[in-house]
Write a protein that binds this ligand. Structure first.
Ligand SMILES: Cc1ncc(COP(=O)(O)O)c(C=O)c1O
Length: 407
């Protein structure tokens, strides 16, 4: 265990705040949505942090996620249920992307996806606040991360997945000790069942943005990016957007870092990437709306972004618009082509959602939203190893005649 997980560091949470109305809620107690049914955001005494935590101090610490401890909500070090949340690398993909295109490869995290960031935080807080049972709807990776962290600290989990969830996800959830069911519906249909159980007091509802701490875990992607790029944010970020926790979290991290004096006011343009078969945020963006309507009959190979309705829709749209970015949709053929290109040309196996960001980047360059000389970060949110790959059928009979010239 490194020093970040041994040291007792001061924490600075002051309260929680409704993201819609600004109403204050008490920290250090179990909270779900605000009174008006919107996500709660964690607020800190940033002036006090500024007085005692500098970029230089952060740079002396091991680089894992817990180096940001003063800007995170967990009060007691022993509450942290770590599985080794490393800083993820920025990998250049010069041949399939371009010389200024970096992939933030989140597939290196525990459970093979960036869901580990949000769930390690939310589960650690649930443990700190005495939760014994958690319910969650998931398209796969979030459920896997929840199962792992909750089992590790003895919290029971009930997890519901849409029936189209990748098989590997359902199995890894079960293998990591959760009670998991496939449901003949979409993630919001699963969420409705979880909500009913939560209302009856059977479990605590861990749906995306319905508890305040997953965003705090995801915001470390924003801190990390800044530190990795010499405290200079990139020109553009492409983020595969389902519930949008990571995009909202990074946007929050940028504001917090500016208040701490760590970065200036320059922000990346944020591109929320969706699949053409499920693009509620894109439709709302294009119509100039603040909220997105449910997308009926969603269909895409990128299961993680098959989210017909997002409770934080207005937060995603606000961040995208304030940043000068866009919401963009890409089709499944372009997604699969991008996955193939990154693997063949740059040796990096992306998940389909990561492929979507690469496809959207190329579309953005084609359409003139992004210039090829601009520094761009694309998020690959899970390891490509979890997903189906095209079959290979070649076999060799070692006892027969082998024509080496055709190998
Ligand atoms: C691989 C992958 N990418 C992207 C997403 C979307 O993440 P968010 O809910 O933060 O928009 C998910 C969510 O399940 C995912 O598993």
């Amino acid at each position: 265990m490194n020093e970040n997980l041994r040291a007792d560091r001061r924490t600075y949470v002051t309260h929680l705040e409704c993201s819609m109305t600004g109403e204050r809620f008490e920290a250090d107690r179990l909270q779900g949505l605000s009174r008006v049914g919107r996500p709660l955001l964690v607020r800190y005494d940033l002036d006090a942090i500024r007085a005692c935590v500098s970029r230089e101090l952060i740079e002396t610490r091991p680089t894992d996620m817990w180096r940001w401890r003063e800007m995170l909500p967990v009060r007691r070090t022993e509450s942290i249920v770590s599985l080794g949340e490393i800083e993820t690398p920025l990998v250049l993909i010069p041949r399939s992307g371009g010389t200024n295109v970096l992939i933030k490869d989140e597939g290196r995290l525990p459970t093979g996806s960036f869901k580990a960031r949000g769930l390690v935080m939310a589960v650690s807080m649930a443990r700190e606040l005495g939760v014994e049972r958690i319910g969650m709807p998931t398209n796969g990776n979030a459920g896997a991360a929840l199962a792992a962290y909750a089992s590790r600290c003895g919290i029971e989990t009930v997890i519901l997945c849409p029936e189209e969830t990748p098989e590997v996800n359902v199995r890894e959830i079960a293998a990591q000790g959760a009670r998991v069911w496939r449901v003949n519906g979409q993630i919001d249909d699963c969420g409705a069942i979880i909500g009913r159980g939560a209302a009856e007091g059977r479990w605590f509802d861990f749906s995306t943005l319905k508890e305040p701490y997953r965003i705090e875990g995801k915001k470390t992607m924003g801190f990390e990016l800044a530190a990795q790029l010499g405290w200079e944010l990139p020109d553009a970020i492409f983020y595969p957007t389902g519930g949008g926790t990571g995009l909202i979290g990074m946007w929050k991290a940028f504001d917090e870092m500016e208040a701490l004096g760590w970065i200036g006011s320059k922000r990346p343009r944020m591109y929320a990437v969706q699949a053409s078969g499920c693009a509620p945020i894109v439709r709302a963006f294009e119509a100039g709306k603040e909220h997105a309507e449910r997308w009926e009959d969603p269909a895409t190979v990128a299961a993680g972004i098959r989210v017909p309705r997002a409770v934080g829709d207005f937060l995603i749209l606000r961040a995208v618009r304030e940043s000068g970015g866009r919401a963009m949709a890409v089709g499944d053929p372009a997604i699969l082509k991008a996955v193939d290109a990154a693997a063949r040309k740059d040796g990096l196996l992306l998940c389909p959602e990561g492929g979507a960001t690469l496809a959207a980047y190329h579309a953005a360059v084609r359409e003139g939203f992004v210039e090829p000389y601009e520094k761009v970060v694309l998020f690959n949110c899970a390891t490509g190893l979890k997903y189906q790959m095209p079959p290979t059928t070649n076999v060799l009979d070692r006892h027969g005649e082998i024509d080496l010239s055709v190998l």
